[in-house]
Write a protein that binds this ligand. Structure first.
Ligand code: KG4
Ligand code: ZN
Length: 338
């Protein structure tokens, strides 16, 4: 069936990336992400600074996306924006901009759940896209979920973290050994030349398909503290092995719950999404599981793993097809269940 070529502008501003993308049908014409360097020296995102940077960036980022897409704003059919979850001050900037722009152009406004959008990044062309029903492990800096995806807009959370998110576990471990924020990508890079079995960390128990990472963080903190007491240069000398070992411990938790979810549901269509799905160790483990468990694995292109507006635009597309439009009274929301 031929899909209609609807052109949508997507806007994402839930955390510390200001992003805009233009989609035509399911094809991305342009996707721009402006990161915010301002947080680096603070070792984490400072909400007040994030919303200010969004205000500075939003107009240039949207203009650039339209320019690169070769689209005049008058050609847009709708504007989709991240309504939540996220940092309130950040969400308000993208939300207010989207409302004003949709009103000025007299076109529909579409509100998008950021977590749903991470999952739907799998449907951006050229694919391949998973078949329904599938399981999606959504792992980011703020969330860790196993989602049963029954249809584009019909999702059920089967399990989620009870404390820290997987990305947070990476970032906190990185911070403990003095790596800059966000530490996940750096841990990934250093882990490649380290031994994942060098330092074993305990496997924290958590009920059902839920996750827990805070115990691991605490044991990592104590482990490093004790080792540094014995040898002040411990971190410098063993950095790669430390990164490989903590990464292996985080990934073991993720994979074990994903296996459990697959066994419980009988589903072998397995997708990953969110910033941590950029992790090369996770990708390798999943490909091994493809051999062992007969899973079909779906991993989004790197640029659609971390926060971006292409995923907001594709979600907008599916909502547009169902005419799920928002009124001007729609409000941003820091918490937003799937
Ligand atoms: O999805 P995302 O861009 O933003 C949120 O919605 O949170 O995810 C950001 C998270 C950060 O915690 C970052 O450290 C982590 O994803 N991350 C990684 C990698 N790339 C990004 N973690 C491990 N390995 C990576 N390669
Ligand atoms: Zn995200």
């Amino acid at each position: 069936m031929k899909e209609p070529a609807i052109t949508i502008l997507g806007i994402e501003s839930s955390c510390d990336d200001t992003a805009a993308a233009v989609i035509s049908g399911r094809k991305i014409l342009a996707s721009i992400v402006a990161g915010q360097e301002v947080h680096r020296s603070f070792g984490g995102v400072v909400p007040e600074l994030a919303s200010r940077a969004h205000q500075q960036n939003i107009v240039p980022v949207v203009s650039e996306a339209l320019k690169r897409a070769g689209i005049n704003a008058k050609q847009l059919h709708a504007i989709a924006f991240t309504r939540g979850p996220g940092l309130m001050g950040s969400l308000l900037v993208g939300g207010s901009f989207a409302k004003a722009f949709a009103m000025a152009l007299n076109i529909p406004l579409i509100e998008v759940n950021h977590m749903q959008a991470h999952v739907l990044a799998h449907f951006i062309e050229p694919g391949p896209s998973p078949q329904f029903p599938f399981l999606c492990l959504t792992v980011s800096g703020g969330h860790t979920q196993i989602v049963l995806v029954k249809d584009h807009l019909d999702m059920e959370v089967l399990g989620e973290t009870m404390d820290d998110a997987a990305g947070e576990a990476f970032d906190k471990a990185a911070k403990i050994i003095g790596l800059p924020y966000p530490g996940g990508p750096m841990v990934d890079k250093l882990a490649k030349s380290g031994d994942p079995k060098a330092f074993p960390f305990p496997f924290p128990e958590s009920p059902g398909l839920n996750f827990s990472f805070s115990g691991l963080k605490t044991s990592f903190l104590y482990f490093i503290r004790d080792k540094v007491k014995e040898d002040a240069d411990f971190i410098e000398k063993r950095k790669a092995d430390i990164c490989a070992s903590i990464q292996a411990a985080i990934l073991r938790i993720l994979i074990s719950k994903l296996k459990k979810a697959s066994q419980q549901t009988g589903i072998k269509e397995i997708a990953i999404a969110g910033g941590v799905s950029a992790n090369s160790g996770l990708r390798e483990l999943l490909l091994k599981e493809k051999e062992h468990s007969g899973w079909n694995i779906y991993i989004p292109p790197f640029e659609y793993c971390t926060d971006n507006a292409a995923m907001i635009a594709i979600t907008g597309y599916y909502k547009y097809l169902r005419k799920e439009f928002a009124g001007q009274e729609v409000i941003s929301t820091a918490r937003y269940q799937l």
